[in-house]
Write a protein that binds this ligand. Sequence first.
Ligand code: SAM
Ligand code: DTB
Ligand code: SF4
Length: 332
Amino acid sequence: MTVLRHDWTVDEVQALYDLPFMDLLHRAHTVHRENFNPSEIQFSSLMSIKTGGCPEDCNYCPQSAHHGTDLEKEQLAQLDQVMEQAQAAKDRGATRFCMGAAWKNPNARDFPVVLEMIRSVKSIGMECCVTLGSLDEEQTQQLKEAGLDYYNHNLDTSPEHYENIITTRKFQDRLDTLEKVRDAGISVCCGGILGLGEGETDRARLMMELANMPAHPDSVPINLLVRVKGTPLEHAESIDPFIFVRTVAVARIMMPHSHVRLSAGRESMDDSTQALCFFAGANSVFFGEKLLTTPNQQADQDMKLLERLDLRPQESKLDEPVSGKADHALSA
Ligand code: SAM
Ligand code: DTB
Ligand code: SF4
């Protein structure tokens, strides 16, 4: 049985990163096979339900009001627009519909509308995930009651690099919201971004923070920075693709029961890098032509890639119990 650990030291994580590439991939793929069907990829689809004008100053994000991006600020989406996109995503094979809002936290006027969106997405038999910023206990409770399956709230980078990237909140604020989400019995989707000018220790620290939470996140999205014109990270140096692959492998070894998602940035990644990520243990992608505000790899290209790699979309897991399932033994 795979042992789930929450006591990683940074040296241990660094030692994984430093393994010879082939050894690291072999080890990660072995863990992957012990816990998942290596031919199945989970498909999530994204929609931005409230775009732009965000009061936070995340250096990477096109939606921050602090940066001069070309993005047009929009009001909260209408329920019928949401349902149209959710149904289209379902028809294309997505099992989870994820809605993102450019908020520091949800306000009292819009929050009930989001609850209604969640109930409606659930009613067509899809898993539902939202990402709305920080939450209080009452809000997590209401989200749970509306039937929410997952809450996405990323740590994004290491605690040490955090203030170079975001100054309008603290790393600890993220951990606090994650705790409330877990306590409400909602599954946690939590990961980070690579390519934010971080060093190798920052990447190891991010992985350590994710795995050392009281329960491993059920989904771990690993994003590659999408460099957007007008953001402070517009000209950030690109990272070696093999560092990205190594990070996927390290995540797979450290969080053996979690879905590791190859998230933003696939458009700038070649097919071979993505194939290596799948071998290293990535078993989920964002599917559909758009992420939140930037383009994603085209759906037909995704289907072709899956076919060339003999991979297939994972069936819906709606009948599985939610809440911390990544942190329970799946099989002996
Ligand atoms: N405002 C909420 C929050 O930050 O939690 C939810 C929406 S926010 C856009 C969700 C996540 O998108 C961020 O945590 C970050 O990981 C990711 N993200 C934003 N801009 C990105 C970019 N340019 N490249 C890669 N990932 C990005
Ligand atoms: C996550 O980790 N990545 C997604 C989702 N969670 C919400 C967002 C990616 C956003 C990429 C930039 C954009 O399209 O605006
Ligand atoms: Fe706002 Fe989220 Fe973008 Fe940060 S990542 S600026 S909190 S939308």
